[in-house]
Write a protein that binds this ligand. Structure first.
Ligand code: DAH
Length: 357
């Protein structure tokens, strides 16, 4: 094949094949058969050398023009086929983003009621301007007792059923904290008033029966400034209890009591209407005005500073709010229990969106 007429037939054949190619694979086949090393156009090019010099130039140009046209047609067709392939994929792989999320294995996980209640309480107190403070589970005798105005011979020490560690040589005798109150001490030693903190966490007592476990949880609150009085304490507790039990009204009763670290001291009862059991009182914790000795022990001037503190059992709050009967089941690691009483990890408690989902 070496005439211009043959060339134009080749051109129209190739352009026809290009536009007939139904997909990218077929199109590539056309490209190879035309422009590949042994393709029909390439072969013509390689034969140029055999032509007489006077024909070589014009024929070479003509072959080049065919090559160019075919290349352009291939590119254009490729664009069209790629677009068509994309559209076909999009229509089969369409994702309906209005469908609910499929959680997979994550959906099986549960938030433990204790964690849930801690998160709820943190949310409530954060809204009242409290920050979260922490202290270690392994405490010194001094922070757990002495600085809280419970000296070594104080009878209150007996109530605490303390787990002690073997004393280190010449060192302090460490213990597992028996309450969250040492976090009060740590906070006052570290920060200057005004102080407004809560401290949720684990506590330990050598005690075990249906309503007691050797490890349980408390939440402590401490407010110290120059003007805070018992009215603030009562208001704070009332707001917290209403928010926690998600009720508009709550009956509260304060019974005179005695804690070495507060004066006066009170036990807090709430009317059980809040959990749908009218006519009964439930004890939920202890509270009082921080004892001047405690302030002094932490380097604060009791003539200048005053404030309140309270402490409550978190596990008990969870039992009351969510109707969970047996405390020991909280810590037995039974997945069926957790599935029943646990919370979805997506139900993050917020005051705006609802505490308990
Ligand atoms: N620490 C006390 C306990 O474990 C509870 C408590 C009572 C904490 C009165 C306080 C408080 O902060 O003011 O029994």
């Amino acid at each position: 094949m070496s005439t211009i007429a043959d060339l134009s037939k080749l051109e129209s054949d190739l352009l026809g094949e290009v536009s007939a190619a139904g997909d990218l694979v077929a199109l590539d086949g056309v490209r190879v058969s035309a422009l590949g090393k042994k393709g029909r156009v390439s072969e013509l090019m390689s034969k140029l050398g055999a032509l007489p010099p006077e024909e070589r130039k014009s024929f070479g140009q003509a072959v080049n023009t065919v090559k160019q046209k075919v290349t352009e047609a291939l590119d254009a067709r490729k664009g069209i086929l790629e677009e068509a392939a994309l559209q076909a994929r999009l229509s089969t792989e369409r994702a309906d983003i209005t469908l609910p999320v499929r959680l997979g294995p994550q959906g099986e996980g549960r938030i433990h009621p204790v964690s849930q209640v801690m998160d709820e309480l943190i949310e409530i107190f954060a809204d009242l301007g409290f920050k979260v403070a922490e202290g270690p589970d392994i405490e010194t005798d001094e922070n757990n007792f002495d600085k809280l105005n419970i000296p070594a011979d104080h009878p209150a020490r007996q109530d605490h059923d303390t787990f002690y560690f073997a004393p280190k040589e010449g060192g302090e005798r460490m213990l597992l904290r028996t309450h969250t109150s040492p976090v009060q001490i740590r906070t006052m030693m570290r920060e200057k008033p005004p102080i407004r903190i809560i401290a949720p966490g684990r506590v330990y007592r050598c005690d075990s029966d249906q309503t007691h476990t050797p490890m349980f949880h408390q939440i402590e609150a401490l407010v110290i400034d120059e003007t805070t009085h018992m009215g603030h304490l009562k208001w704070t507790l009332e707001e917290m209890i209403k928010a926690f039990f998600e009720v508009d009204e709550v009956k509260m009763r304060f019974r005179a009591s005695h804690f070495p670290f507060t004066e006066p001291s009170m036990e807090i009862d709430i009317g059980a209407e809040a959990i749908g059991k009218p006519g009964k009182w439930l004890e939920i914790g202890g509270c009082g005005m921080v004892h001047p000795n405690v302030l002094k022990n932490c380097g604060l001037d009791p003539d200048k500073y005053q404030g309140f503190a309270f402490g409550m059992g978190i596990d008990r709050m969870a039992m009351l709010k969510y109707g969970i009967p047996d405390l020991r089941a909280f810590f037995s690691g039974d997945l069926r229990w957790l599935k029943h009483y646990g919370f979805s990890m997506l139900d993050v408690p917020t005051l705006g969106g609802g505490l308990s989902g």
